[in-house]
Write a protein that binds this ligand. Structure first.
Ligand SMILES: [Zn+2]
Length: 346
């Protein structure tokens, strides 16, 4: 089968490797019908040190179960399934609390221990019962595939940002970042009842989609200028809830600058920094800082009905589709900002 490998910054290649097979009785093998490139894949694309062996890529996919191990009970051959970006048993203490990314027997795709990536023709899925969500009635050409795929990561991650920030009816929310996660954080905040949603982003085609998803204000300015603008829009108070969907220090500093005293900063952008402002600018406002890798598995059942009945269309974040052989072009397009999010059709 073919799979995507990254050998270093900017070096993405499609390789032929042995077919995915069952290793353990709790595994399933899923034939990938749609996958995609994530904004977080751009971090290694820009900075991964070169290695001769490379690493497989991709952590978002939906597909059809090809084979289920003897102990798997919830899915069988032929089922359409959604795979979250982390695999989990669904039964341990953390999974029962809805924190599947901390699962005692879970892990992440492309872990270097034999769990490969989703930008491939097929994937071996550990802990299939806990990890995979079967969706009846979906075929490999269903029109809802792009929206269903967002439940693997970006929609669930945007929703997690809003949930951790306790977004509620009437809230004023600021979302930092106009990537797919930021835009779906806007959609999520809207679904949770936010009244005012300020989207900070400077790519007009993206912020236009953000407005379609529910943003009431768009702030293209950054840094001090951006902070001043949000304060002006909120009568000098700041935003009660700040959803940070970038992961770079300037975005975090912006969060600290625009959060209202007593407010919450919820981060879902993977931090590309180890230190940041925790002194008076943060402490002085009684700020709560939360967020982390989204346990998207916890949200799939909750978000699925809206996707299936068409109430929401999170799949609109995909603006380009490529085949597996063109995945390297997909990375380049996202890195060059000529594509918002690239759908992969193996
Ligand atoms: Zn678990």
């Amino acid at each position: 089968m073919r799979a995507t490998f990254m050998y270093g910054a900017g070096d993405v290649r499609i390789e032929t490797i042995p077919d995915a097979v069952i290793h353990q009785s709790t595994d399933a093998v899923v034939r990938v019908t749609r996958s995609c490139v994530c904004g977080s894949d751009l971090h290694p694309y820009r900075g991964l040190p070169a290695t001769p062996e490379g690493t497989t890529m991709g952590h978002e996919f939906v597909g059809i179960v090809e084979e289920a191990g003897s102990e798997v009970t919830t899915v069988r051959k032929g089922d359409f399934v959604i795979a979250p970006f982390a695999w989990s048993d669904g039964t341990c203490e953390f999974c029962r609390e809805g924190l599947h990314t901390s699962c005692a027997h879970g892990g992440f795709w492309n872990d270097g221990n034999g769990t490969l990536g989703g930008q491939a023709e097929a994937v071996r899925v550990p802990q299939a019962d806990g990890t995979l969500v079967k969706v009846p009635g979906i075929t490999e050409d269903s029109a809802s595939l792009p929206s269903l795929l967002t439940l693997s990561d970006v929609y669930g991650t945007g929703y997690h940002a809003a949930k951790r920030a306790k977004v509620t009816k009437g809230d004023t929310v600021a979302v930092i970042g106009d990537g797919a996660v930021g835009l779906l954080a806007v959609l999520s905040a809207k679904q949770l009842g936010a009244e005012r949603i300020i989207l900070m982003g400077r790519h007009k085609d993206r912020t236009d989609l953000g407005v379609e998803f529910g943003a009431t204000d768009v702030v293209p300015e950054r840094g001090e200028e951006g902070i001043a603008k949000v304060l002006e829009l909120t009568g000098g108070l700041g935003a009660r809830k700040v959803l940070e969907a970038v992961g770079h220090m300037p975005a975090y500093e912006q969060s600290v600058g625009i959060v209202r005293p007593g407010g919450i900063i919820s981060r879902v952008g993977v931090p590309q920094y180890d230190q940041g402002p925790i002194g008076w600018s943060f402490f002085g406002k009684n700020t709560t800082l939360t967020g982390g890798p989204a346990p998207v598995r916890a949200y799939i059942e909750e978000l699925l009905p809206g996707v299936l009945d068409g109430t929401v269309d999170p799949g609109k974040v995909f603006d380009r589709t490529v085949g597996l052989e063109e995945v390297p072009d997909g990375y380049k397009a996202m890195n060059d900002r000529t594509a918002l999010k690239v759908l992969v059709r193996p």
